[in-house]
Structure formats: C-alpha cells, structure tokens
Write a protein that binds this ligand. Structure first.
Ligand SMILES: [Zn+2]
Length: 97
C-alpha cells in the first residue's frame, strides 16, 4: 500500500500535472475566459494558477483534474462550499421576564 501523501504542492506528480495544465500558450482562464498573461509572476492577481476542478477543500483529490485560472479568479471561487453558516447565538438569550 502506498503511503498517503499529506503534502500537496511539493508532490512531484502534482507538479507535473500543474506544469502540463499551465503549458498551453495562449493560456485561458477556465473561470472567466480571459487570457492569462504568463509573464506575470506570483503574487500578481493576474498570474496563472492551477485550479482544482474538484476543490481539495471539498473532498477533491490533490491529483484530480486541474484547470488554468487567474490567481484572482481562483481565490474568488474559493472554498465556498461551507454548509450552513454558523450563526452566533448571542442574541438568543432573551429572558421571558
Ligand atoms: Zn480569470
């Protein structure tokens, strides 16, 4: 049995996939459809990032399918699948008397 990998971006298999994902030229953002300027470097908001189609934070595999995306678009997409905002119950202690 292969050991489960807990590291993500340092995984050579991931890095290969990421490189292949960002290789096309011109490269287009899968989220907004605009061209990605590959000359921009991290942490420029317009730089190229490899976005997990099935976000790892939502149970997707780190080696799952990737798509190119602007850093900004990727961040705005974010790990949004937080189910049910935890509501503060501070207003709930209203006494009957
Ligand atoms: Zn974009």
């Amino acid at each position: 049995m292969p050991k489960p990998k807990h590291y993500r971006t340092s995984d050579p298999a991931y890095l290969r996939k990421r490189k292949a994902c960002l290789a096309p030229d011109p490269l287009y953002c899968a989220l907004c459809g605009e061209r990605i300027d590959k000359t921009l470097k991290w942490p420029d908001p317009g730089c190229a990032t490899a976005d997990h189609i099935d976000a790892v934070s939502r149970g997707g595999h780190n080696l799952g399918p990737l798509q190119p995306a602007h850093k900004l678009c990727n961040e705005q997409k974010g790990p949004r699948a937080r189910s049910g905002d935890r509501r503060r119950s501070e207003d709930a202690h209203v006494l009957p008397w």
